[in-house]
Design a protein around this ligand. Structure first.
Ligand SMILES: Cc1cc2nc3c(=O)[nH]c(=O)nc-3n(C[C@H](O)[C@H](O)[C@H](O)COP(=O)(O)O)c2cc1C
Length: 277
């Protein structure tokens, strides 16, 4: 393990460690207006949702490391207290990257990045027409996290309106991640796609309380074959099932654990338990 003392790090190195570790991050494409009414558009991956009611999104423009100046988005928002946050999908990711260039404040970054505006209904900055999900927000507060280059400024946004492309919904009225195709930011120049290959479903014990690892029989918990994920699946049952009387071929412990592992991978948790009991 590499142990890193923060005091010995340059801001550049700290940035590298933090942004390559805390991954993947969603990207907010933030639309604001300057004092003259001109549009500004920039991506921010220090971004997430932090409250449902009130609906709160937070993103953080950090002070420029070169000269400790504030980014245009922050300057605009400090005065105007409004923004639109669009989500970044595969089809617009390259244009979003272009929008992150340090264009002069007076340049319209929608034009620079070849993205289209649409009038918002509750706030003055424009919606990003090319993004399938837009949030119209008022800025409740800005929290400065430091005074130097690299210091973040938490922009706490309350969502007033949400715009979602109808095409994204599945038959249950949920947003289908395979239709959304959201793009995420990782370290350096790495980005993540959201497609069939990168997605999987994991059932979780919502309505029932699992027994937990501590209640697994010792021989199962100490198995050299079953992984942590396998044990978690077994520990998700409400109680250890009773052994059913079946006429199956005698197996040794290793064979039982191998078969149980296979059954768990197929989602057959009850059958896996029967093999292990
Ligand atoms: C995908 C992506 C994510 C970014 N995330 C952030 C971020 O979270 N915070 C930040 O300060 N800069 C971030 N940047 C850099 C800003 O977008 C860049 O500094 C931009 O020029 C700021 O524009 P503005 O001065 O018009 O606000 C990101 C850049 C890209 C391409």
């Amino acid at each position: 393990m590499r142990e890193i003392d923060i005091k010995e790090l340059e801001t550049k190195e700290l940035y590298q460690y933090l942004t390559s570790s805390i991954t993947p991050r969603p990207i907010a494409l933030v639309s604001t207006i300057n004092e003259k009414g001109g549009s500004n558009l920039s991506p921010y991956s220090f971004f997430n949702v932090f409250s449902i009611r009130p609906p709160i999104l937070i993103f953080s423009p950090v002070n420029r490391t070169i000269d400790n100046t504030k980014k245009d988005t922050l300057i605009n928002i400090s005065k105007n207290k409004e923004c639109v946050i669009g989500l970044v999908t595969e089809n617009i990711a390259q244009q979003v990257s272009l929008a992150s260039s340090n264009f002069p404040s007076e340049d319209d970054e929608f034009m620079k990045a070849g993205l289209s505006k649409q009038r918002a209904t509750a706030v003055s900055p424009s919606l990003i027409k090319d993004s399938p999900i837009n949030f119209e927000c008022k800025v409740n507060s800005i929290i400065e996290l430091g005074q130097e280059g690299g210091s973040g400024n938490l922009v706490i946004c309350e969502v007033l309106k949400i715009h979602i492309d109808e095409k994204l919904f599945d038959s249950q009225n949920n947003i289908d991640p395979l239709k959304l195709k959201i793009v995420s930011r990782l370290g350096g120049s790495w980005y993540g796609k959201t497609n069939q290959e990168s997605l999987y479903k994991m059932s979780k014990p919502i309505s029932k309380i699992g027994i937990g690892f501590d209640h697994l029989p010792v021989n199962i918990k100490n198995s050299s074959i079953l992984s942590g994920a396998d044990l978690a699946a077994l520990a998700s049952v409400e109680k250890i099932p009773n052994k059913k009387n079946t006429t199956s071929i005698e197996k040794n412990t290793k064979e039982k654990h191998i078969l149980a592992k296979k059954l768990i991978s197929e989602g057959e948790i009850k059958s896996a338990w029967q093999e292990l009991l």
